[in-house]
Structures are given as C-alpha cells and as structure tokens.
Design a protein. Structure first.
Length: 407
C-alpha cells in the first residue's frame, strides 16, 4: 500500500496518507428500475431522482424533467436518498461529470436505475470524497474506463476501483470544510452571473419590443423605429477554405466555427494562416452558418476587432453597406437565435444559406438611439465578464489547492 504526504497540509496533522480504492471507504449501490406506469408528472407522488436531474455540482429541477412515483413504497425504502448522499449519473455523454450532494430539499426522493448513490463509511467524510469525484482526475479516469460502445457508461465496480489518497477522518473533514468555503464562493459567483444574464435577457426583450425607449441628450423622444433586412444593411460574403494555409508563422488569424463561443464572442486564440490577400476588415460582422460546433446555436455573430483575420468555410461575413451601430446589430442577431435555428436546413446538421440571412428583418432605431442601446447592453456585458473572470480565477485557485492538498 502506497503512502504519501501532500505538499500543503494543516500543521496539526502528521499521519501518512494511504492510496486506496474509494470502495474501501464507501457504501455504493445503484437505483431501482421502476415500471413506466408507476412514473407520472403528478406532483402528489414521490419525487424521482433520475440521471437527467443530476448536473455538474447540483440537482436541478424543471417542470419538463421532474417525474414522480405513484406506486407502493413498501420494500423500496432503501432507495430513498438522504441529505449528504453523493449521487452520480452512470451513463450519458457527461458520465462521471454529473455528480452532486443531496441537500435537505431533495431528501426522500427515489433513486432510479443508472444513478449511483454513495455514502461514506466510518473511515471517511463524504464531502472529502465528493471533492475527488467532482474533479478532473476522476473525469479523466472515467474517460479511460467507461464502456464507450453505444451510450458511455461506468459501472459500480469501476467507481469503487478509483484510487485516491486517504488520511484520518479528522483531516479529511478539515480539508472538506476548507474546500467547501471555496465552493460556496464559486456558487455565489455563478448565481450572480446567472442573475445578470437573466436580467440582460429580460431587458433586451423589453428594449426590442419597444417597451423601454431611450431619450436623446435633451430628454426628448427619438423618432419612430424603422425596419431593414440584413441584405439591405450588409453585403454578404461566404468564408473560404483556408485550412491548407495553416502554419505557425502565419499572418492572419483564422476564424472558424469553433472561434465563436455560445455567447457570440470571438475567442482569443486562433490558428494562423499564411495568405497574401484578405477581404475581412475591422468592423465587419461574422456569423456561424452551421450548428456543428455549438449544437442548437446557429447564426452566432461577433464583430471583427481588426484587419488581421480571415474567415474559414461555413462562416459568413456581413460587410456594412448602410450606417448602423455594429454592436447593436450583433446584439439583435444573437438575441434572435430561434429565428436562425428555424431557418436552418439539413438532416444531420443544420446550415444557414445566404438567402436565410439576407431576409432577416432588423428593427432599427436611429443611430443615436442604437448607440444608447448598445452602450447600455455593453455595460451589462462588462459586468457579466467581470464575474466570469472572478469565477475563472476562483476555479484556478481551487485547482491549485487540490493539487497541493491531495496526493
């Protein structure tokens, strides 16, 4: 049995750590297989905890996914989860990542098949084990051992075989409590970000429905809004096939499907290409034409920040013809994802055509009001980005702690 010491340790602890399978420190079983007729949407029944309810770090509930048990509970009491049980989805695309601790609110729900329930024994602290299970190291382990033919799956035994470092239960508890404080900070930041994003969506809805109107610098109303198609506002151009020009010392940054994130923002790192000519210019808008990279997202759009970019295939450029605020146009395009998803064509993947894009109707205030709207929404985006950076910094801080406090 291997023994080690972590790099960072509370000073009162001196005992050596042991590297062992977590199966020696837990009680694990998977849920019950319920009959279809016993499962209902009737909220008078007992809540059922399914794999779809478990996401990364918490149990989620929506009207669409929540189900209830209407059958006899005699002889199935052992499948009722308790507060501080660790639950883990055992199959699906995020197998090993969908893990959470049961809170008081979910106590008494029925654990269904293909979900593992883990309880600590007398030698371990469940929150300490949770920190190991909810980690990249466990995710990497699952990627190696999961049965990937068909639906990815991990077995109860494979979970038990995962090895981690164990100290005394007292030290485990102190580590778990310390890391829980970091997790609480992370959760608060994520909640703050979600609230800001919800606020942005709500305010944009009211702005674009003209429930909220801005006034000019003299306090007077702006003129009535007009309407133009994207084809009237911009000249449309398709991207090219530039992958063959990728090289280390290329002149231009290559923008491809993966270069824009789901928030419609160009990422910071790009492949380089060596070409002699480029028609893409600072201020042009670029649009994702395929859902290959982002699933349900089509038409994601951002503004080219400078002249050092080139556009790859399955991307489109919108080059301004008329005068408009580029940030305003980008915002209203990204706000109307449902339109572009509806216009997408294809069986295995959805794609947008030039015609789909050019016929999109844009509601247009005057330039001065566009600018006020753009500045207002941009200020919200700045707050969201600030919180996002705080989340990233806290995650990096925790990652460093995990590397030093565990063996």
């Amino acid at each position: 049995m291997e023994t080690l010491q972590p790099k960072l340790r509370f000073p009162e602890f001196r005992d050596a750590w042991k590297i062992e399978p977590i199966g020696n420190y837990i009680e694990l079983f998977s849920g019950i297989a319920l009959k279809g007729e016993e499962i209902s949407e009737d909220i008078s029944g007992i809540p059922i905890l399914r794999g779809i309810n478990i996401t990364e770090g918490f149990v989620r509930h929506t009207k669409e996914i929540d189900k209830y048990y209407l059958g006899n509970t005699k002889n199935i009491e052992k499948y009722f989860v308790k507060e501080n049980d660790l639950v883990l989805g055992m199959d699906g695309s995020k197998v090993g990542k969908n893990v959470a601790l049961i809170t008081k609110d979910d106590e008494g729900a029925i654990l269904i098949q293909r979900v593992a329930r883990i309880r600590a024994n007398s030698k371990s602290n469940i929150r300490y084990i949770y920190q190991h299970i909810f980690s990249k190291r466990f995710h990497d382990y699952v990627d190696v051992v999961n049965t990937s033919s068909g639906i990815p799956h991990i077995s109860s035994q494979q979970i038990k075989d995962f090895k981690i470092g164990f100290s005394t239960i007292e030290e485990q508890t102190k580590i778990a409590n310390f890391l829980s404080v970091v997790d609480e900070k992370l959760n608060l930041l994520k909640e703050k970000k979600a609230l800001l994003e919800d606020y942005k969506k709500g305010i944009m809805q009211k702005i674009f429905n003209q429930e909220i109107r801005f006034k000019n610098d003299n306090g007077k109303d702006f003129q009535d809004w007009g309407e133009k198609t994207l084809g009237e506002l911009c000249e449309y151009k398709n991207g090219g096939s530039f992958e063959k020009y990728v090289c280390v010392d290329g002149i231009y940054n290559l923008i491809s499907l993966n270069s824009i994130d789901i928030n419609g923002k160009i990422k910071n790192s790009h492949k380089k290409v060596s070409i002699t000519d480029n028609s893409l210019q600072k201020g042009d808008l670029i649009m994702v034409l395929s859902d290959v990279a982002h699933g349900n997202f089509l038409g994601l759009t951002d503004i080219v920040p400078d002249d050092n970019f080139v556009l790859n295939q399955r991307m489109g450029a919108l080059k301004p013809i008329l005068n408009f605020n580029s940030f305003y146009l980008k915002t209203i395009i990204n706000f109307n994802q449902s339109y572009f998803k509806l216009m997408g064509k294809g069986s295995s993947q959805q794609n947008l055509s030039k015609g789909d894009i050019e016929c999109f109707n844009v509601i247009l205030p005057c330039i001065a009001e566009q600018t006020k709207i753009a500045n207002f929404i941009s200020a919200i985006d700045d707050k969201i980005e600030l919180v996002s950076n705080q989340i990233q910094d806290t995650q990096e801080y925790k990652k460093g702690l995990l590397q030093q406090m565990f063996v």
